[in-house]
Design a protein around this ligand. Structure first.
Ligand SMILES: Nc1nc2c(ncn2[C@@H]2O[C@H](COP(=O)(O)OP(=O)(O)OP(=O)(O)O)[C@@H](O)[C@H]2O)c(=O)[nH]1
Length: 331
């Protein structure tokens, strides 16, 4: 489970790998100081190792990564300052891996703040540097390391967000792809059940889309898909989740929407499609199937009911919405 998380959860992997490197690097120094002294440095090193290992174990067991990473960053900063206070300028170069580690571990604001505090504290600490020139060199190179780490963290953050979007969204319409559908359905079901609320699902399938492609070309078909996605976004709420299931089939997960809201939204979607979308002078239409979540229903059963309702709308002549009415409970 956690090995799988190591592959898929970026910040979890960064905490575990960075923390492991730091522990491997600090252990020999802790042993050396335990044998040669000062013992206070050995104790400080041991405390740092304990905090890092404790944080890794905590997140490995399912804890949140962010607070653990912040705790590690603060502990490492205290470790750098404490070691310099006890050992003197010899320990000042720990500043550099520290600056890199905080940019890897925490958000950019935290990393800037922690780096600045550590640099300033070292500058003000009596005996941290042997001369003003040494202080100037370490402060400048430390600040430069932080600046480069910032640039790297910013680029990596943008690329990560870009890759995440590519993996979770449909490139043509910007709707979510199937990847997170199961998770969103479970989330909507959990929210509905824990707040004694409700949730609804809508399956939307554009009508005679093959005909649009065959008659007006694939590009016209693509344009219709893009405009349809715009129209759907305009009539839905920000909290509604919009998916492209494939081809010309879409799905909406509507947390909190009851039967009345669902009926109103189905009509708004049908109307927006018919009035806003056209190709070759002809209106584009959509067939809609919908279902309000029932007590004890699974995500799969809910989805199947909405899907079947959409096929009923197709069979009834298209350009209409069918809301599934579950059979009344017997007994
Ligand atoms: N332009 C375009 N067409 C696509 C895309 N994905 C799937 N299609 C086309 O969508 C069409 C779907 O056709 P069908 O499943 O027969 O459905 P339909 O013609 O809409 O018929 P009904 O659903 O019964 O009204 C096929 O021609 C696919 O090639 C896409 O990304 N862009």
């Amino acid at each position: 489970m956690s090995l799988q998380r190591l592959r898929t959860d970026f910040s979890f992997a960064v905490l575990v790998l960075t923390g492991t490197c730091l522990v491997v690097a600090v252990v020999p120094f802790a042993l050396y100081r335990a044998m040669v002294g000062p013992v206070a440095v050995a104790m400080l090193d041991s405390a740092i190792i304990a905090v890092v290992l404790g944080a890794i174990v905590r997140v490995w067991r399912g804890g949140a990564v962010e607070p653990a990473a912040r705790l590690v960053s603060v502990a490492l900063g205290a470790g750098v300052l404490g070691t310099v206070a006890l050992v003197g300028p010899l320990a000042a170069p720990w500043l550099y891996p520290y600056v890199l580690a905080v940019f890897l571990l925490t958000g950019r604001r935290w990393a800037i703040a922690l780096s600045a505090i550590t640099l300033a504290a070292l500058l003000l600490m009596p005996g941290a540097y042997e001369s003003a020139v040494q202080a100037a060199v370490h402060t400048t190179t430390g600040a430069l390391s932080a600046a480069f780490a910032y640039v790297f963290a910013q680029r990596a953050g943008l690329q990560h967000a870009h890759l995440h979007r590519l993996a979770t969204h449909d490139a043509l319409t910007g709707a979510l792809n199937r990847r997170s559908l199961g998770q969103e359905l479970e989330r909507a079901i959990d929210a509905a059940r824990s707040d004694a609320g409700t949730a609804s699902l809508i399956v939307l399938d554009l009508d005679r889309f093959k005909h649009i492609n065959d008659t007006h070309g694939h590009e016209a078909g693509d344009r219709v898909l893009i405009e349809f996605a715009h129209a759907v976004r305009d009539v839905t709420r920000r909290t509604d989740r919009f998916f492209r299931l494939g081809g010309e089939e879409f799905l909406l997960v509507l947390p909190g929407a009851d039967a009345t809201a669902l009926a109103r939204l189905c009509e708004a979607l049908r109307d927006a499609t018919r009035t806003r979308l056209e190709v070759g002078g002809e209106p584009v239409t959509v067939s809609i199937g919908a279902a309000v979540l029932q007590p004890d229903e699974t995500a799969r059963e809910w989805l199947v009911r909405a899907d079947r309702a959409m096929y009923r709308a197709k069979r009834a002549g298209r350009d209409r919405a069918v809301i599934d009415q579950p059979a009344p409970a017997t007994g």
